[in-house]
Design a protein around this ligand. Sequence first.
Ligand code: NG6
Ligand code: CA
Length: 496
Amino acid sequence: MCKYLSVCFFSLWAFAGFAQRPNVILIYVDDLGYGDLSCYGATKLHTPNLDKLATQSVRFTNAHSTSATCTPSRYGLMTGQYPWRKTGTGILPGDAALIIPTNATTLPKLFQNAGYTTGIVGKWHLGLGDAVAKNWNEEIKPGPNEVGFDYSFIFPATADRVPSVFLENHSVVALDKTDPIAVDYQKPIGNDPTGKDHPGLLKMKSSHGHDNTIVNGIGRIGYMSGGHTARWTDEEMPLTFLTKAKSFIESNKTKPFFLYYALTEPHVPRMPSTMFKGKSGLGFRGDAILQLDWAVGEIVKEVEAMGIAKNTIIIFSSDNGPVLDDGYVDGAATLLNGHTPWGPLRGGKYSAFEAGTRVPMLVSWPGQIKPSVSDALVCQIDFIASFSELLQQTIPSSEAADSQDMLNALMGKAKQGRNWLVLDSDTYAIIQGNWKYIVPNNGPALNRQTNTELGNNAKPQLYDLGNDIGEKNNLAEKQPAKVKELSELLQKIQGP
Ligand code: NG6
Ligand code: CA
């Protein structure tokens, strides 16, 4: 039945004069919180471009990444498999090997199979090559191009990890081979100053960690030597990525494309371009949010200028929740001025509480999606099954097995989303309806460095999110039957 409905849907497109299937642009930002945008209630920060996009979108109030940090969320997004099903999917160092098997069904491969041209511009953080040891001065494979992207322009891990260089397809950009790059996460290499030994050379001091090799006046995680011409300038990064994303859109405007535009903002180090420095009045973190809002506006303008707006789905979301001090003295906490990056939620990045994974999510498709606000429970892990439905692509049953078809919810046609969702941080949590259960664990309640409540507790936690979105009232002792039910459901999903 579903099949015939979809056929019908496709004929309707044809009837309505659509020349081709919709382009999809997935804008994925880094560490943006549920309360960081004015369309999600922020009052001390104004994000006009995202607010405008929100007025044309389904704006989700209960959308989640799979995890409270980057690598696992991106693994879930790409593969449709919960990251905790596979070992080695935690936050990766910059020299890690690729963690997605090259024979796996992935989100970009799904689009490729449907005849799309696919591209990634921005942060990768899913590893490169077959091993940690690799030669950064030759072609580096496998990477994004081997798991479904026809074109890639990336940085390997995070903006605060070496190597602080871009790769276009398989090669480091602007590398002078007479000054070869070497990377080490165990011990210092080469003669470049480190933040630890030369704090006077830093333009932004570290508050914890981030005191290895200095690149562009900023101490990083990990050591690198060589590759001086290839090293990035943080302030230029937004324009670099935007330019590459726009040219990908322009080159592919006449055929269906999928663009994964993975912005680094507002992840540390926050070093906004001159255009945005000081603009928010909330320090560099606020400026970085204005910068990402601007980049989104430029992408929307580009799509309009290419005459493809009506045939382009734009999705916007974040890989995990917000953090203020994530290792640099950048004023994020001291200049907050009453802004609440987590909105009404508890916790933040790294946390089992809602602010760890409940993130902004907008889905727009002019003419096809009626703007609305949806409280359906959806997860980024569901994109792969949902787009396989939209594009009528079959996924082998062994693949993307945790991804659920949420197409109707994503398009604003169904109010109901998932029945349940498993989330991970130091521990596991499961949401079913309004109930949320957090598995007991002995981790610290507070990450003292970032000042984030982690949601760890040696006792079971049960919250009624319908009445207590701030997770203040632990009902586990009052509702042991509900705890048992959710704990058993979680065990069933997680398997032996
Ligand atoms: C942590 C880093 C933090 C950030 C995070 C990854 C330290 C002390 N902290 O280990 O700064 O880089 O990893 O963030 O090094 S994520 O968004 O990519 O998951
Ligand atoms: Ca992140």
